[in-house]
Design a protein around this ligand. Structure first.
Ligand SMILES: *[C@@H]1O[C@H](CO)[C@@H](O)[C@H](O)[C@H]1NC(C)=O
Ligand SMILES: *[C@@H]1O[C@H](CO)[C@@H](O)[C@H](O)[C@H]1NC(C)=O
Length: 309
């Protein structure tokens, strides 16, 4: 904890102008957190098994993915299955009831959408473990979670490279809070066994980048779509887009247009798979201030490193 606080200060002074931890502390037990991780691992595990059952090696080849890629996907799938059995055993050993696999709808229609979705899921997996780290009390669990996190980030890099995206788009990864991750995972989850423990998680209203806004680059004005009706806080005629980073969020003013469209401009300093929530104020990102999101925004372009052009 002490180290985490110190590290946050160092990170804050290293980069952003707004030094504010983004990860809210929640009253989740270690068992809750392991079950939260297991919920995500089940999703990933089923995703790869289903995708590899849906598409043959020939279909991957036809989509431009060679035999090595196909073999590596099987290894990724094996890793996810192993993470599921590891967390299941750890929970059982700790006297807690591990959650079982749910029913999912991945909306995958082709090899291309499968690989694109895989890359997004791996990126979200990284943010989930990173965001949960500060809340894990038991150091053995923390190390175990870290050992999964590094593998998820390797999967993420590999898949990003296969999509011709930067494999490591920026110097720091993004920690997302439990509810933020759950918001991203829940659209894939159709139903879960009633015997699964109810985790203290909630999903915010969904937020998505408008298809017409891709590709996204720094400084571009982009639009998000929402289903619900997002209202500004009293006295404002705008909301904020909060761009999540380990150094604290960057807020940009966001304008509510007709048809549930929210418009904002991409700030400097964000690259790769980035995460945006809509808030009413620009002082903090928390369960109390988030109105919608996160949306996932892939920001193309270099990391800002002089070598990544
Ligand atoms: C597998 O195919 C079904 C039927 O087309 C589709 O609904 C599902 O999203 C696919 N899943 C994956 C992971 O490819
Ligand atoms: C945050 O909001 C305050 C008003 O509430 C405003 O004065 C300030 O400029 C805003 N900062 C940013 C970064 O938008």
């Amino acid at each position: 904890m002490k180290f985490a606080a110190t590290a946050a200060v160092i990170l804050a002074t290293a980069g952003s102008t707004i030094a504010r931890p983004t990860v809210a502390k929640r009253a989740l037990t270690d068992a809750d957190i392991l079950n939260y991780a297991l919920t995500l691992e089940h999703l990933e595990d089923k995703f790869y098994r289903e995708g590899l059952a849906n598409f043959t090696q020939q279909q991957f080849a036809d989509a431009g993915y060679d035999a090595t890629f196909y073999k590596n996907l099987k290894e990724v799938s094996y890793d996810e299955t192993t993470h599921v059995s590891f967390l299941t055993k750890a929970l059982t050993a700790a006297g807690a009831k591990p959650v079982a696999e749910c029913t999912y709808a991945f909306g995958v229609t082709s090899v291309a959408t499968f690989v694109a979705t895989a890359s997004i899921l791996e990126g979200v997996g990284v943010t989930a473990y990173l965001g949960a780290a500060a809340s894990i009390m038991n150091k053995d669990y923390l190390t175990a979670a870290g050992s999964i996190l590094t593998v998820e980030s390797r999967h993420s890099s590999y898949l990003r490279a296969s999509l011709k995206e930067s494999p490591f788009a920026q110097p720091f990864d993004v920690p997302l809070d439990f509810d933020e991750v759950y918001t991203l995972a829940s659209p894939f989850i159709v139903s879960c066994p009633s015997t699964n423990v109810a985790l203290p998680l909630k999903a915010f209203p969904a937020l998505a980048l408008a298809a017409s806004s891709a590709p996204v680059t720094t400084g571009k004005t982009i639009q998000f779509t929402t289903k619900g009706s997002i209202q500004p806080d009293k006295g404002n005629n705008f909301v904020y887009a909060a761009w999540i980073a380990v150094t604290g969020p960057t807020f940009t003013k966001a304008y509510i247009k007709s048809g549930g469209i929210i418009e904002t401009t991409v700030p400097a300093g964000f690259h790769g798979q980035s995460y945006v929530v809509i808030t009413g104020c620009n002082s903090s990102v928390s369960d109390d201030t988030v109105k919608a999101g996160p949306a996932i925004v892939e920001i193309t372009g270099s990391s800002g490193s002089p070598f990544a052009k």
